[in-house]
Design a protein around this ligand. Structure first.
Ligand code: EPU
Length: 472
């Protein structure tokens, strides 16, 4: 891949909340029925960590089913800054980390994407040194990295934090991490992934206990195994990794996004519409399906890897507590809350994973929802209807919650803060339009100007010639 350029969608090249983007809004006219089928994209959180995992290998890694998302673009920029060559063609991404020119990730990029901290494990394993800025907190919580750091120390790394940068070194003759038995105080997804990646190239056996069991952890393990890593138990709470000296080229397709699938199931439920979705792995959605059924919707697996939602006439309240997998996912808390605002009775939602993940509550309340927050609990009292209003998304899943509420509300909802939505939902506007929803993305002009209708910036790009991309 010598000198092959990085080819990424130019529309995703800057996902900051610039003044231009602040003027871009999603206008939704609620009340339309949905019908038909929707295709589910590859899992964002698998794609991000698998891209980091490609650093472990000095040969070409072809990753398929990579969603065109702002976060994916950001991760590609970080790998590119480390000297890695990337080439995107549709939903496939070719990564070649034969030459890693840099052991230090740039702060400007890491601070924008927390998942980029995950490169610390592969970089340390490959180069014996990694210098990664602390990613800092984000809208949903402080999000420390102590478990990642303690695990790497247990594997023999010397880790110091100076001036906001995590400096990790390996000393000794052969500069390899050493296998270790690591117990995680909390089954952190990111820490499990960092340590599993680091252990693939370590000397000896590593056992991670109280490991995260999320499907994205298992997907990463499958990707590493496809490159020749020796990993057992991923997807359970004990993962055993026997280090190997090097990994080899692979061609790997990532799993469907369970959170996007869950979001579309709620879209069907909240609009009282029957829709189907594929590809999905129904087992990844067990907790979400159980809650939707408790509320009053029916979910049917009508073909392999395909789900159909049959809505109820009315919905009833249910309690939800977010937990590590296989518990109810924190990423579905905000989307499901939108549905519970319209369900008869009182629901108690308890958020145990992130300390600040109720940003959508104030906005749903502006639309007529009756929600009270007390610490980690939100008490949702069902109301007969929501009414459209201008609302602002505070984080990725909050933005999905507001779109869902807008689909069901009477009148027009205008969602601002779309850079959050573009981090994690590929082509959401077009997918909902195809199902019959009445919505459009517009850029507000000066007073009196007609708004400019815009396409989704998360449309899958196709490579036309090296260095140039255009939406498919
Ligand atoms: N935590 C620590 N110390 C650590 C690591 C985590 O205290 O060293 C705490 C966190 O502060 C948090 C809890 O543990 O309170 C869970 O964090 P975890 O490490 O499990 O989450 P993550 O790896 O940072 C991933 C997803 C999140 C998803 C969570 C939980 C990626 C890129 N992100 O985050 O996805 O919510 O797991 O399932 O994989 C999203 O997609 O919207 C999103 C936020």
């Amino acid at each position: 891949m010598e000198d092959r350029p990085i080819t990424l969608s130019p529309s995703l090249s800057n996902t900051h909340s610039s003044s231009e983007e602040d003027k871009t809004v999603l206008e939704i006219w609620g009340g339309a029925s949905l019908h038909g089928h929707v295709g589910i994209s590859g899992a964002k959180n698998s794609a991000l960590v698998i891209m980091a995992g490609a650093l472990l290998c000095s040969q070409d890694c072809l990753i398929r089913n990579v969603p065109a998302l702002a976060d994916v673009t950001r991760m590609a920029e970080i790998l590119s800054a480390l000297g890695v060559k990337l080439e995107r063609q549709g939903n496939s991404l070719l990564v070649n980390a034969s030459h890693i020119a840099q052991s230090k990730a740039p702060y400007e990029l890491v601070s924008q994407l927390r998942a980029s901290f995950f490169v610390i494990g592969p970089l340390l394993a490959r180069l014996g040194v990694a210098r990664i800025p602390l990613p800092g907190g984000c809208a949903i919580g402080a999000r420390p990295v102590d478990l990642h750091v303690r695990g790497l120390q247990a594997m023999g790394a010397d880790v110091q934090i100076d001036h906001g940068i995590v400096n990790a070194y390996l000393s000794g003759r052969n500069k390899r991490l050493q296998g270790a038995k690591i117990y995680l105080d909390y089954p952190s997804v990111g820490a499990t992934e960092t340590l599993m990646m680091a252990a693939t190239l370590a000397e000896g056996e590593t056992i991670i206990e109280n490991a995260a069991q999320e499907p994205e952890v298992a997907d990463l393990a499958n990707f590493c195994r496809a490159m020749g890593a020796k990993i057992r138990g991923a997807g359970t709470n004990t993962i055993t990794i026997l280090g190997v000296p090097s990994l080899h080229t692979t061609d790997y397709a990532i799993v469907p996004d369970r959170v996007e699938a869950g979001t579309f199931l709620v879209a069907g439920a909240i609009t009282h519409s029957e829709i189907s979705l594929s590809p999905v792995v129904p087992d990844h959605l067990t907790a979400v399906i159980a809650k939707l059924q408790a509320i009053g919707a029916q979910i049917i697996e009508d073909a392999p890897n395909r789900l159909r939602i049959v809505p109820g006439h009315r919905y009833v309240a249910t309690d939800i507590e977010t937990l590590p997998y296989p518990g109810f996912p924190t990423d579905m808390q905000a989307p499901l809350m939108a549905l519970l605002t319209l369900s008869d009775g009182d629901s108690v939602i308890t958020e145990t994973v992130f300390e600040n993940r109720f940003g959508h509550v104030a906005e749903l309340t502006r639309m007529g929802a009756d929600i009270r927050v007390k610490g980690t609990h939100a008490i949702v009292r069902g109301v007969p209807m929501l009414s459209g209003a201008p609302v602002v998304a505070t984080d990725l899943r909050a933005s999905a919650s507001l779109v869902l509420a807008g689909l069901a509300a009477q009148g027009k909802t205008t969602v601002q803060g779309l850079h959050h939505l573009d981090r994690g939902y590929e082509n959401l506007t077009a997918k909902l339009q195809k199902l019959g929803a009445n919505l459009q993305r517009t850029q507000l002009g000066a007073d009196g100007d007609s708004p400019l209708v815009l396409p989704d910036p998360t449309t899958v790009p196709t490579v036309t010639k090296p260095g140039v991309t255009k939406p498919a």
